[in-house]
Design a protein around this ligand. Structure first.
Ligand code: FRU
Length: 456
């Protein structure tokens, strides 16, 4: 079989030539989507020289997952995005089957990326960590020392096959990176690597080993301090369902706790699911020059059919709204950013909604809404008896199902709702309950005018 080669030039040329053929019908206005093709995880989310940069897992050539590149966009306000050339292509031996997820850090005015090289071999896959840097924040050079971390540096109890998604950070004038892996006890674990210069990396510790019910790989870790706590975000595969949480095949969770920096171990004291909707995965955060901790995630879930792909629209996947994080009494709040608020237009009941818009309601009793037409609609609202805020996709003509053992139609969060702040873009809904104490995010594909109606 002829080997397909991927290069940056080839990807950028393809995008320029083909992006006009993308059908925009369901494509978001103010949520980042790829110009053409497939998008998954946010990568390298960072503020650099005053602008926000967001990279993403990208396959330009199809609206389905393929050998991963890094797509790239930037923004001044986190709500209007400008596409930049593809930043990484799988063009080296050490990343030959994909440039998987990773992160960014600024060092001496240069923008550095740390990412996973995915390598498929006859006896299975192998994953290694690589570095690339840029002087202008657009063109990246992969360093000659790559790979900078391989499975050989890991203790035997940790898989070298699942060793990916490094999130790099600086602490006490040293660099560290939390990396996803699997423990040989078949539970997720996070490995900590350390470096003095971003080039020479060493294994430091098993930062966190998950429990049996918490899933078997912890993908896309992120580590940061927030409001006096140390926080570890991970995206576990197959976290066991519990009450209103972890109903999707993979989940995204926040552990709060403390690090023992002598043993370099994270000691969790609480865990919560970050978003209770159908579509939220692999979040990543940055801290900006105003000290805001801001998170963005992939607004999609693995194992689902994606109507924009099935209908031949040539794109798939979007990011969530970037949300500012806050911890109050150990509970995560996700706030809508001021720049987002000013970009949204208000929604009125019984009128069609278009584009990026917002519907706010003070809740004094149960409220139930439908968005769409009489025979093709999305339902959402607050069930006061059960004390649940929900999103229900069972009346969509473009049906969406998943690999989950339960239906993916309805998702809910248990809470006493006082206020719903509902953000729509062309094919998405994000419900912020009680000023972001709970959030549910989901996608839908509605044709025709979308009317918002209240149902009794
Ligand atoms: C998470 C993930 C990562 C991996 C990437 C590949 O969604 O599976 O663990 O690096 O996607 O595209």
């Amino acid at each position: 079989m002829e080997k397909v080669t991927y290069t940056l030039d080839k990807a950028n040329r393809y995008i320029t030539e083909q992006q006009k053929s993308v059908i925009q019908d369901f494509k978001a206005v103010n949520h980042l989507t790829a110009p053409i093709g497939w998008m998954n995880d946010p990568n390298g989310f960072i503020q650099y020289k005053g602008e926000y940069h967001l990279f993403y897992q990208y396959y330009p050539y199809d609206s389905a997952w393929g050998p991963m590149h890094w797509g790239h966009a930037k923004s001044k306000d986190l709500v209007n995005w400008e596409h930049l050339p593809v930043a990484l292509a799988p063009d080296q031996e050490y990343d030959r089957n994909g440039c998987f997820s990773g992160s960014a850090i600024v060092k001496d005015d240069q923008l550095w990326l740390m990412y996973t090289g995915h390598i498929e071999e006859e006896d299975g896959v192998r994953q290694v960590q690589n570095m690339a840097y840029s002087e202008d924040g657009i063109h990246f050079t992969k360093i000659k020392q790559n790979p900078v971390a391989t499975g050989e540096m890991l203790p035997e109890e940790v898989s070298f096959r699942d060793f990916r998604d490094p999130k790099v950070f600086e602490k006490d004038e040293r660099y560290y990176s939390v990396v996803a892996s699997q423990h040989k006890d078949q539970v997720g674990c996070i490995v900590l690597l350390g470096s003095d210069d971003l080039v020479d990396w060493h294994f430091e510790s098993i930062f966190l080993k998950g429990e049996a019910h918490q899933g078997h790989v912890f993908e896309c870790p992120d580590f940061f301090g927030l409001d006096g706590k140390e926080c570890l975000i991970v995206s576990p595969m197959r976290y066991e369902r519990e009450g209103d949480s972890f109903h999707n095949i993979n989940s995204s969770v926040l552990f709060t706790g403390k690090v023992d920096w002598d043993s370099k171990q994270f000691i969790p004291d609480s865990v919560e699911e970050i978003d209770h909707g159908q579509d939220f995965y692999a979040p990543q955060t940055l801290v900006d020059d105003q000290g805001r901790r801001i998170m963005v995630a992939w607004m999609q879930m693995w194992g689902r059919n994606i109507p924009s792909h099935e209908l031949g629209h040539k794109w798939a996947g979007a990011m969530t709204l970037p949300r500012q994080l806050e911890l109050i009494d150990g509970k995560l709040y996700q706030r809508i950013l001021p720049s987002t608020e000013t970009a949204m237009t208000p929604v009125y009941l019984n009128e069609p909604i278009r584009g990026f818009s917002r519907f706010q309601v003070e809740v004094v009793e149960g409220v139930h809404y439908q968005l769409g037409t009489t025979d093709d609609f999305l339902s959402f609202g607050y069930n006061a008896d059960a004390e649940e805020v929900y999103i229900d996709r069972s009346h969509l003509k473009q049906a969406i199902s998943g690999e989950e053992t339960i239906s993916t139609s309805r998702r809910f969060v248990s809470c006493r709702a006082e206020k719903l702040d509902v953000v729509f873009d062309c094919n998405s809904i994000e419900i912020f309950v009680n000023d972001g104490r709970e959030v549910l995010s989901a996608t839908y594909y509605l044709t025709g005018e979308k009317y918002l109606t209240k149902v009794s």
